[in-house]
Ligand binder design. Structure first.
Ligand SMILES: [Ca+2]
Ligand SMILES: [Ca+2]
Length: 337
């Protein structure tokens, strides 16, 4: 394989040289390196471990949105690197407006699991108060689910983490929230006093887990407002212990294979919309409109009631001996038996 590839490489170089495209001193490796330098793909491809959040915002739900505050998937500010083409745009035109959505897919996970994972990307398009950005919040039960009470909401904002977080407008930032400092809406014994609540103090998450070892997260919240007048901003690639939420207008498509091999049976269903992607663990089953039946699975692939799809046993469909593979046949994967 390596030899073959090298041979092709020399051929390619020779062809380029013959065409006058190769400058003396340049090598094949340099040519390849140049041609591979552009990472831009023509079609966004789905990424394993990503949950695509489409304009219905599921699995997020509106938590506390107050007009004229809005939260919607939009491509106005694009997306951070690796975040596709769109993001969650949050707008709070005045100081009373609020936009807040919550996902409970990680409900019950220890807060400690968020320390190495919690992160988000954010962009500020316009702001009355220049340092303000959307916040990541974690709704918690600090004394554990088996003990009554213990509710609070922990909040992370770039402005509370000035040593690590830029608040420059007009560019996407990545905020490693789990490693930063958080405040709490409620006092929490051993870590947040009455005077320190409502973001009068910020602490690392390890202070919370040390003081309250049973503390668990009950909701992951993206919030803007109230108190953020004139803020027009966006959030994307929200990381939790279980997934990365990528806000997109449409779900990326699985690229189609460029060619069909002659011996390849059509055994791989071409699920429109990506098949396994639709079933990304939403517990309520209500995310996809086909949740109550199998109707959106393409029935055509299920149990054909005759043997018509079986290969005949006479070998007639085997590759004829006289049909030679093209000279790159040696590179075919051993899928044809
Ligand atoms: Ca509790
Ligand atoms: Ca996105």
């Amino acid at each position: 394989m390596g030899l073959h590839r090298a041979k092709l490489g020399r051929r390619g170089v020779a062809a380029l040289a013959a065409a006058g495209a190769l400058i003396v001193g340049g090598g094949a490796a340099a040519m390849v390196g140049t041609s591979n330098a552009d990472p831009v793909l023509p079609v966004p491809a789905p990424v394993v471990g990503t949950t695509y959040v489409l304009p219905d915002l599921l699995p997020f739900k509106t938590l506390d949105t107050r007009a004229p505050g809005t939260a919607e998937v939009d491509d106005e500010f694009g997306a951070p690197t690796g975040g596709g083409e769109a993001s969650l745009r949050l707008q709070t035109p005045d100081g009373t407006a609020k936009a807040s959505i919550v996902s409970r897919e990680d409900a019950g996970k220890p807060l400690a699991a968020f320390i190495p994972t919690a992160a988000y990307s954010a962009y500020q398009g316009a702001a009355t108060v220049p340092v303000q950005f959307p916040s990541l919040q974690l709704e918690v039960d600090y004394n554990g689910l088996d003990t009554p009470g213990g509710f609070s909401t922990l909040g992370y904002e770039p402005v509370y983490n000035p040593t690590t977080d830029s608040t420059e407008a007009g560019v996407w930032h990545r905020y490693q929230a789990g490693a930063g400092r958080w405040c709490s809406t409620q006092p929490i014994p051993g870590v947040i006093t009455e005077d320190e609540r409502r973001c009068n103090a910020t602490k690392p998450l390890s202070d919370f887990t040390t003081a309250q070892p049973n503390i668990v997260v009950t909701g992951v919240i993206i919030n803007q407002g109230s108190g953020n007048p004139g803020l027009d901003a966006a959030v994307d690639l929200v990381s939790t212990p279980s997934t990365i939420y990528d806000f997109e207008l449409t779900k990326p498509e699985v690229p189609t294979l460029p060619t069909t091999k002659p011996c390849e049976e059509p055994t791989t269903p071409a699920h429109p919309g990506g098949g396994e992607w639709g079933e990304d663990g939403h517990e309520n089953g209500g995310h996809e409109d086909g949740g109550t039946n199998g109707g959106h699975e393409d029935q055509g692939h299920e149990k054909p009631d005759n043997g018509g799809h079986e290969q005949p046993s006479d070998g007639g469909h085997e590759q004829p001996d006289d049909q030679e593979q093209p000279d790159d046949g040696g590179h075919e994967p051993p899928a044809c038996s």
